[in-house]
Design a protein. Structure first.
Lengths: 299, 321
């Protein structure tokens, strides 16, 4: 069924060159891929929760209620309470806001720096390409999480530091994708034709060549959202991310760790939420890859 | 041919290592505040008690009064000679502390690698042989969930189950495998499972995909046609060739494991370099942070090098540039 859908997606893009019809084809292919659809549903629920957190929450996320600390799930507190008696469900709901906020900032920084760098490297070639590629290699020479930890340790915790630390990590992946596509496109006839009509290199690069990167970038964006959420949780779990009492899923896990024996459920739900949202982004990313990269169908 | 490749690959490593060292050198420079005070672990209150003259002496001793390029070259010169400075907390040479902590990280990485392979190889192979059957769905479910699951959460859940509820395994601590192998195995079991799952989840998917690819090849069809027993066809032909491609994934994931071991080492109080890094950050012991980051990054770069060489050695058809 998938294999039938694919040529339509590509032919729509290539022949008709209608963005709307291509978008609809992509939606159709995703709708037929059950796992991708599941990913889209999970991500949509996460986004909806983040946007409408104040309406979905049942309590105040910061309200301390010591007599009701470490309560089991059920009754007034659907998912129980944490070590300060704060409602776990409410903090998970508000945690979605934190997670998406950090992920959007990190992905934005990665894309805003990575895309032009990759484009310039691919289009200019020679020493500019070499210099940019070596810097990207150096960033990638660090294990991703280690670089984030080092940067956060240097800059201190907080939202801005997280944006930078996680964003810097993803710059090379965007730069590489864009560089690869630009390299493959810059010798094509349409680029030559644009040159002959007197268009500037800048216009050719950003308005003619770059739109070709959209498909692989979309896949990368989806996977990077998940990565950023996981990295934010990890850093917050280590106490290097957002400061308490911010409702962050990683921080929630860190705070209840000393009370595991008394109330393991307080650690169960925040971790489950992180897993589900990352699963959602990964499934969606895989699904998008299936749509855009026909070779994946072979596997 | 291979020797020439190895030499070229090592030469390529030089600029990468220089850039890594620049990044580690700059860690101290991007910390808000005066780098002299940061390196000495002096806060604003103590700064008041230091006279301007004393400050200049300290600044000169640390070399912070020279141009940044000279500072970097001096720092590199010391690093190459094994002088990573002194820990602000314990006042011991950092090189010595890293040497003490490094084996624990390596033992854990090896244990995690073995655990990962033990999980991933049979799961991936069975998933491929039983494609689109319940076993395949279960294996792919494990892989997808394993990739999505944060390792610190898995660590906490395993501690709850195996340490707190069942009381079978210790949740924290360490014993060297050279001194007490049995105790080491008890302590390494849970962290190795956590890090091994990190490795096994993507590897299972990869092995399955590679196996499916190989099972479609003509030489496998010929092997079936010759009437070879299924075990022979699957293990000796298809699996062996899948493994060559899997080496890269194994290597890259193992290198990634080292970077991610900070969290696992912290959760399980495993006295490795990752935990040392986090302790250094908590204690604002920046020379320690610098040393630990440098060691992990250099290890990562060298594992990648070894992976490339092994890959080339296993399959000479591959052109790596």
């Amino acid at each position: 069924m998938k294999q039938e859908a694919l040529p339509r997606a590509w032919s729509a893009a290539g022949a008709v060159n209608s963005r709307i019809s291509r978008f609809l084809d992509v939606c159709r292919v995703i709708a037929r891929n059950r796992l991708a659809l599941l990913g889209l549903v999970i991500v949509s629920i996460g986004l909806f929760t983040a946007v409408f957190a104040p309406f979905l929450a049942t309590h105040d996320p910061y309200e301390i209620d010591i007599p009701n600390r470490l309560k089991s799930p059920g009754g007034e507190n659907w998912l129980g309470t944490d070590f300060l008696g704060r409602d776990t469900f409410t903090r998970i709901v508000y945690g979605a806001r934190t997670a998406f906020q950090v992920a959007i900032g990190a992905v934005f920084i990665g894309a805003v720096f990575g895309i032009p760098l990759g484009a310039i490297a691919g289009f200019s070639g020679r020493w500019i390409d070499s210099a940019i590629s070596r810097v990207m290699d150096a960033i990638m020479a660090f294990p991703g999480r280690l670089l984030a930890i080092a940067l956060v340790a240097s800059m201190g915790g907080g939202l801005f530091s997280l944006y930078i630390a996680l964003g810097v990590n993803s710059i090379p992946s965007y730069a590489r994708i864009v560089r690869g596509v630009v390299l493959s496109q810059k010798e094509r006839e349409y680029v030559e034709a644009a040159r002959m009509t007197g268009e500037s290199d800048f216009r050719i690069l950003f308005f003619q060549v770059l739109p070709n990167c959209l498909s692989p970038l979309l896949v990368r964006l989806s996977l990077d959202f998940g990565n950023a959420i996981l990295a934010e949780s990890s850093l917050s779990f280590l106490g290097l991310g957002l400061p308490p009492p911010t409702p962050s899923w990683g921080l929630m896990l860190k705070e209840v760790t000393p009370f595991l024996q008394l109330q393991p459920m307080a650690a169960f739900f925040p971790g489950l939420t992180i897993s589900l949202i990352i699963l959602g982004f990964n499934l969606l990313g895989d699904g998008l890859r299936d749509v855009f990269d026909p070779r994946q169908y072979e596997r | 041919m291979l020797a020439r490749y190895i030499i070229r690959r090592i030469l390529q490593l030089v600029p990468v290592l220089i850039l890594v060292s620049i990044a580690v050198f700059l860690i101290i420079r991007i910390i808000p505040g005066d780098p002299v005070l940061v390196m000495l672990g002096i806060d604003a209150e103590e700064r008041v008690r230091i006279s301007e003259e004393q400050y200049r002496v300290l600044q000169h001793q640390l070399g912070f009064d020279r141009p940044i390029v000279i500072q970097y070259l001096n720092w590199m010169d010391r690093i190459v000679r094994g002088d990573l400075g002194i820990s602000l907390g314990s006042r011991r040479p950092i090189f010595e502390i890293l040497l003490e902590r490094y084996p624990a990280t390596i033992y854990l990485a090896v244990a995690a690698l073995l655990t990962g392979l033990v999980i991933a190889i049979p799961t991936g192979v069975i998933a491929a042989i039983r494609q689109n059957k319940p076993a395949d769905y279960a294996a792919m479910g494990f892989a997808l969930w394993g990739i999505a699951m944060p390792n610190f959460w898995l660590a906490l859940m395993l501690i709850v189950l195996f340490s707190l509820k069942l009381g079978w395994l210790p949740s924290i601590g360490y014993a060297s495998p050279l001194d007490n192998p049995l105790l080491f195995l008890q302590h390494v079991f849970l962290p190795a499972i956590v890090m091994g799952t990190d490795l096994a989840a993507p590897l299972t998917r990869y092995i399955r995909a590679e196996m499916l690819e190989q099972l479609k090849q003509d030489y496998v069809r010929t092997a079936w046609a010759k009437g070879l027993p299924p075990r022979m066809v699957i293990i000796k032909h298809a699996f062996k060739n899948s493994l060559i491609a899997a080496v890269t994934v194994v290597g890259l994931q193992t290198a990634r494991l080292l970077g991610g071991s900070t969290i696992v080492e912290t959760v399980f109080s495993w006295p490795g370099v990752g935990r040392l890094l986090i302790e250094g950050i908590y204690a604002r012991d920046y020379p320690i942070v610098q040393g630990a980051v440098l060691l992990i990054a250099v290890t990562y770069v060298f594992i990648n090098l070894i992976v490339d060489i092994v890959y080339k050695w296993l399959d000479p058809r591959i052109k790596l540039d």
